[in-house]
Design a protein around this ligand. Structure first.
Ligand code: ATP
Ligand code: MG
Length: 321
């Protein structure tokens, strides 16, 4: 695209992906005066239910993507595993924000760790495990073996204690491209959610203190009761990431806080994040409104906490119990 464009209210935002994050983005967009068109392969989409329109199409259907793109003014995505080729296909017609680079990096754990290093963002020790030779050379034990691609909610991961369990785990994961990460003895987990506008302005939401159960986010508490230096380091990493990706939109960075208060990055997601749902009720601007503001070139909203909060992440049937 040529010069960065401001997308005024009344315009249409295209959303790739039809899930809950898309749904909440569409609701926030409507309040700001935008229409949303949702694109996803499923017959039914909960984001489509609250949007101005729903286009059902596969992510490799470039004709359908082109027709979708022509009907909107700017495009975003609500999950980071949207195929890169689909984003590139959309980009031929309309601006895609946050862009291609963020998903290119986020879709591959090894690339992601290497990218963090270029920005001075610390991580756990790790080694690539992509073949027999790398398997034999891997030393980050005890550790967690993770597939480089398509992991979520703790899937595609195995805790390994010694060489025998490492080798068995790599077999079980189908000898796919993996990364072995040293097990971090963390005190707690935190996340930074950063918005970056069309003009390069950035705002980091207050750091969330996250509790995971069985590899899945369980609760987020804000304000996080942690040392000021730890919170500052987490925020600095989040801001460095948003800047380093040159993104326009939102990025969430999940991090570990070690026993001595050092922060290590785990993974990122260039989209609204489950650990940011507290912003709907307890922040001056919700993460969804902030995303819409960023991708449309509006000024970013304030991120002051309006009330202390604890968000509980309800999964599936828990929501109706
Ligand atoms: P999600 O989609 O829920 O973020 P995921 O499948 O992408 O999950 P990770 O975020 O890598 O997986 O890991 C899930 C959880 O497992 C982390 O939040 C953390 O609690 C634990 N974990 C992951 N890596 C490590 C590590 N190197 N050391 C200690 N614990 C870890
Ligand atoms: Mg994670």
């Amino acid at each position: 695209m040529s010069t960065p464009q401001i997308i005024p209210p009344g315009s249409t935002i295209g959303i790739l992906g039809g899930g809950q994050l898309g749904r909440m983005t569409a609701l926030a967009a409507a309040r700001l005066g935008y229409r949303c068109l949702v694109y996803a392969p499923d017959e039914h989409s909960i984001a489509g239910d609250v949007a101005a329109g729903y286009v059902r199409g596969d992510y490799d259907d470039t004709d359908a993507l082109a027709r979708f793109a022509r009907r909107v003014d700017v495009i975003t995505y609500e999950f980071e595993n949207v195929p890169e080729a689909a984003v590139v296909a959309c980009l031929e017609h309309k601006p895609v924000r946050p862009g291609v680079t963020p998903i290119h990096v986020a879709q591959h754990r090894l690339r992601e760790k290497q990218f963090f290093a270029t920005l001075g963002i610390g991580t756990a020790d790790y080694q690539p495990v992509r073949n027999e030779a790398e398997l034999a050379a891997a030393t980050a034990l005890p550790g967690i073996l993770k597939t480089c691609r398509e992991g979520y909610d703790g899937k595609g991961q195995a805790r390994v204690h010694d060489r025998a369990s490492l080798e068995a785990a790599w077999e079980r994961l189908g000898r796919r491209e993996c990364i072995l990460e040293a097990l971090v003895d963390f005190r707690c987990e935190v996340s930074a959610i950063v918005a970056r506008g069309l003009d390069g302005a950035m705002r980091c939401f207050p750091i969330g203190l996250n509790d995971h159960r069985d590899g899945i986010l369980h609760t987020t508490t804000v304000p996080a009761d942690l040392a000021a230096e730890t919170l500052a380091m987490a925020e600095r990493f989040g801001l460095a990431l948003a800047q380093g990706l040159d993104l326009v939109g939102l990025v969430a960075l999940e991090m570990f806080v070690t026993q001595d208060g050092t922060v290590l990055a785990n993974e990122m997601a260039p989209r609204p994040h489950n650990s940011g749902h507290w912003t709907i009720d307890a922040c001056a601007t919700s993460q969804f409104e902030q995303l819409v503001r960023a991708i449309c070139g509006l000024p970013l909203g304030p991120v002051d906490v309006t009330a202390p909060s604890r968000m509980e992440n309800l999964i599936g049937e828990e929501a109706t119990d």
